[in-house]
Design a protein around this ligand. Sequence first.
Ligand code: MOS
Length: 708
Amino acid sequence: MLHAALAVATVAKGRLVHLDTEAAAALPGVHLVLTHADADELTSGGFLLGGGYGFQSFQPLTGDRIAYRGQPIALVVADTLHVATEAAALVRAEYESEPGAFTLDAPGAEALVQSEAIPLPMFADVVAGDADGVLAEAATRPGAVVIDAVYDHPAQHQNPMELIGTVAEWRSAGDGGADILTVHEGTQNAGAVQHGVATQLGIDADRVEVISPSVGGGFGQKNSLQPQTALVAIAARRVGRPVKLVVPRTQVFHDSSFRPATRQHIRLAADGTGRMLAAVHEVDQQTSRHDLFPGTHTEITSRLYGIPNYRGLQRLVRTDVQTPGYMRAPYEHSAAFAFESAVDELAVALGQDPVELRLANDTDTDPVSGEPFSSRHLAECLRRGAERFGWARRTPEPGSMRADDGSRVGWGVAVGCYPGMAAPTAARVCAEPSGAVRVEVGAHEMGQGLRTAMVRTVAADLGIPAGDVTPAVGDTRALPHHLTAGSWGTAGALPAIALALAELRTALKVPEQGPVDVAAAVAATGRDSVEVEAVYTAPGQPPQVLDRLRAGLPAPGGPEHPGFVTFSWVAHFVEVRIEPTIHRIRVPRVVSVADCGRVASPTTAGSQLRGGVVWGISAALRESSEVDPRFGGFLNASLEEYPIAVNADIGEIDVDFIDTPDPMLNSLGVKGLGEVSMVGVAGAVANAVHHATGRRFRRLPIHLEDVL
Ligand code: MOS
């Protein structure tokens, strides 16, 4: 195997005038320097949200254009990583540089609203009633309260421990046809890698295999085709040997998607009793020049409460960056930070308890569509959380609570939700004469515990020990793979397995329910083993989603549920302590209660919820991708300078679940959990900081110097 390294652009916008690769190529041990001048077979894999496979439509090394700082301009292949890295540093580029726009306010940043020219349905306004009219009327009504505030959220990067990387290898299929390309890569979307690289190289998708048993941390960063995969595949074909590229952390900040910067303007009106009358939520969200990454922030803020008059508007702002994308609770996290801060401001203005205010504005009906929620136990999440937290002991006056060491203590609450989505999912179950069962799913394990939930489902259904069940995921040689994201991994995989198990029982000629003696049943068939396959599609998904599944494309927009709307719900209670003297902000205690339908795997579900809380704390107090408004790119592109919450930052996180099956979404009653876990945590932290200090911070992260 040979090793590769990337040379990247040092300007943020413009054109490559000259690329000098002589010194790099002359270094002993270098096998190849690939540039746009000699990668003629390379094309773009297209944009995931534009009918393609990639996190962006722009593919480096397809021309001389520079679209963002850090964009790859050459791939060097050498005997060792050290030689490849040294050679990449010897690549000399001359540019014709142009001024760029890197922040929401920069001259040249272009704001776009949904229109006929940009027909992105998921980006459309969300409207119920007459929010602007009611807000205007409330502003003059005695006793009514209006909140009008703007909240800023920075760009952030996912930073999974495992970096983005690819090993590519070509071999003869032995059938006289074209060679087989095998790609080993941590990805949430093996199907997109398979079909995307095939498109990029102009080969048949059945000549590409993608093997990805573990994602190594995804969080949305690895949910689509990355630009390096095809480069490594081309390099491996040129040199006739396997090639490995691991993209260094600093380059990952520029070679993959990230959570875009947003500015959120919220107006909220309530009558004197605390009944919410109207809300307007307007969002400016960063995107790239070359793609429109649509934000759906208002999808959740319109559903948190029974607000009869609501208007949500999402504007995209074009800046000179790589295309942003999905980062755990991509919009919901920043939207809930803003909206739940505004609700807290409303509670303070009304002099009401923030838990009581939320309970008083609960609803069973979706205010946007008028349809019922398939299940909504948010009020129970709030009540149970308040009880576990000891909320009744809170004194409402800001700055009124102190710890023994003199720390200022603040208690804050916020809620969150996340839409219930499902993906078409393929499953295969194979029963062996030994009694062992192998279960495969066309989905991805990114640490959420999918394998554990798979094993539990099979073992419970057949009444066999978990140790007899072997799970497998992330291998396109076995099954077509749909993107695993949107918290639908378990909600798609388990119903698919349930279908396959029903088929297996038929094939084994055993009753539809009850324990199965697998060894005896297989023996009775007289076959070496019994294998069945099934594909699950969510209610309301048209049959064409199966074609998309087989083409490595995402099913559009999740299921259109007939007659109901599905969300997962969560309530978070946070204690902050602000130390005397140095004013360090600590979070010793969090209580979170989630409604994710039936809990499929209690241990891993608890871990998911705790993990979401950790990230919410990190987003509130640590994480920000810093941009230099003059030169673009991301300045703190390392774990040294992009601090994330670590163990020492985290205190006790007490989690609990409603654990009541959703009666409508799927046969198992499971809803998503991975992303909703994080939604609202940052709002609860900010609200707790307000309670501790009397000061409202409308920009994340909140740093120690803010609370001096
Ligand atoms: Mo996840 S942020 O939906 O890939």
